[in-house]
Design a protein around this ligand. Structure first.
Ligand code: NDP
Ligand code: 2IT
Length: 454
């Protein structure tokens, strides 16, 4: 009987995945994200055959809806430009669809679906009342004037507004979208709706509906999560050599908190290259370059004579370190880079970005005994504080930085504990990939059982 269920569970997952591959043959990132999650779920179906009986996986992996729309806007030369906008509303069993907006030329349906699918599980892990979604555009914000960014954001929202709402779908930032872009979109939404529905977007500027500590939340949350991983091994950040990729929102605040805990952060990057500073990254300078001057990370070496700049961001993983924190984008660590990190003695890898390690890399880390923190658990702090922003907006109130930060800290601790315990209960102690996928899945699956089929 037990073997029958086991074979059945494996067969069920294989069948759903085969169907998925056939239907989405040209969406590699989406299939990659789905495969990683599917591989984790066989033990869940073995333990709870009712999820198979209700065909939960097949239902869950098909988005509720995908909205795609034209965004036409005028550039500074009065030329009309056209981009494509997306919103993937994947699952709203636990709460309104929730997830960021990405503005990057690589955005397509595959990227949107992978991010939205991951977001369902991540959001479930936060313990907050938020479902899963994602959106964005193939618009490239690089080199655009402030006026162009504003016109694009307004044009984007002029179409998106009809699909969202504080109880419907709540977008936020992601790559290329920060408080400035959210502000422009928020203004346009408010104008069109004629109502102050603050909870329709998160990541707003503090004082104008935004939560304190949302800017810091993903990076800080990542470090709180890694702190728990290290605590498990009776270790800490103190004097650890850390490499962080990226130099955007997540990377900057991960560096800030890691340094606060006594780590020695020696490198960070942008899509053009990376800097290595053996004396430790001067974060004030990085912030000045990226957040104030809007320059490339290369500019760092002009003011730090002992630092070096290398063209091409992928070689950042050749720098020996104790802790590697990929915080830039998907698929930045492949099998070869993982093997290099392992050969150089990496001890902990935790993902600030979404899916920065491919499946090959994850397997390398797990097989080598590297303690691995998957993105949907480790970077959940951003969306968790977004949910806290929604709560503040609903209560028409503001919490202090300290209050939000303390809540974030305890949410990250809880996510670690839940993921770690789920892994243990299903026979994979120490495997946080399996643990976080299972813990997130069970919450959503149980909600789907409660709702019934429609
Ligand atoms: P930002 O736009 O602030 O920064 C992105 C950083 O990554 C920049 O340094 C950018 O370099 C680099 N980058 C972007 N694309 C590439 C690429 N194709 N190759 C190499 N480097 C690249 O974004 P965030 O910091 O907000 O997001 C970073 C990651 O974290 C993403 O995976 C995002 O999905 C994830 N994330 C973000 C959250 C948030 O709250 N913001 C929450 C959870 C996850 P350049 O300037 O050269 O483009
Ligand atoms: O990937 C993510 O979790 C985010 N970009 C944050 C989403 C949000 O709604 O705050």
């Amino acid at each position: 009987m037990e073997t029958a269920i086991k074979n059945n569970a494996q067969q069920y997952v294989d069948d759903v995945f085969t169907k998925l591959k056939k239907k989405n043959a040209h969406q590699p990132e989406f299939l990659q994200a789905a495969e990683e999650i599917f591989l984790s779920l066989v033990p869940v179906f073995e333990k709870n055959p009712k999820y198979m009986e209700h065909n939960i996986l097949d239902r869950l992996v098909e988005p509720d809806r995908i909205i795609s729309f034209r965004v036409a806007w005028q550039d500074d030369q009065n030329q009309v430009q056209v981009n494509r906008g997306y919103r993937v509303q994947y699952n709203n069993v636990i709460g309104p669809y929730k997830g960021g907006l990405r503005f990057h030329p690589t955005v397509d349906e595959s990227i949107m679906k992978f991010l939205a699918f991951e977001q369902i599980f991540k959001n479930a892990l936060t313990g907050q009342a938020i479902g899963g979604g994602k959106g964005g555009s193939d618009f490239n914000p690089k080199g655009k004037s402030d006026a162009e960014i504003m016109r694009f954001c307004q044009a984007f929202m002029t179409e998106l507004y009809r699909y969202i709402g504080p109880d419907v779908d709540v977008p936020a930032g992601d790559i290329g979208v920060g408080a400035r872009e959210v502000g422009y979109m928020w203004g346009q939404y408010k104008r069109i709706r004629g109502a102050y529905e603050a909870g329709v977007l998160t990541g707003k500027k503090p004082g104008f509906g935004g939560s304190l500590a949302r800017t810091e939340a993903t990076g800080y949350g990542l470090i709180y999560f890694v702190e728990e991983m290290l605590r498990e091994e009776k270790d800490s950040f103190l004097n650890k050599k850390v490499v962080v990729s990226g130099s955007g929102n997540v990377a900057i605040y991960a560096i800030e908190k890691a340094q606060h805990f006594g780590a020695h952060v020696v490198a960070c990057s942008d899509s053009s290259g990376y800097i290595y500073d053996p004396e430790g990254i001067d974060l004030k300078l990085v912030k000045e370059i990226k957040e104030v001057r809007g320059e490339r990370i290369k500019a760092y070496v002009n003011e730090r004579p002992n630092a070096t700049y290398s063209e091409g961001c992928e070689n950042i993983w050749s720098i020996p370190c104790d802790i590697a924190l990929p915080c830039a984008t998907q698929n930045e660590i492949d099998g070869d880079q993982a093997r290099l990190l392992i050969a150089n003695g990496v001890h902990v890898v935790a993902e600030g970005a979404n899916m920065p390690s491919n499946l090959d890399a994850i397997n390398e880390f797990l097989n080598a005994g590297v303690f691995f923190g998957p993105g949907k658990a480790a970077n959940a702090g951003g969306v968790a504080v977004s949910a806290l922003e929604m709560a503040q907006n609903s209560g028409r109130t503001y919490w202090s930085f300290q209050e939000v930060d303390e809540k974030l800290h305890s949410i990250m601790k809880a996510i670690y504990k839940e993921s770690s315990e789920a892994a243990k209960q299903h026979g994979f102690e120490g495997n946080l990939v399996i643990g976080s996928n299972i813990a997130g899945f069970i919450k959503v699956a149980n909600g789907m059982l409660v709702e019934g089929v429609y």
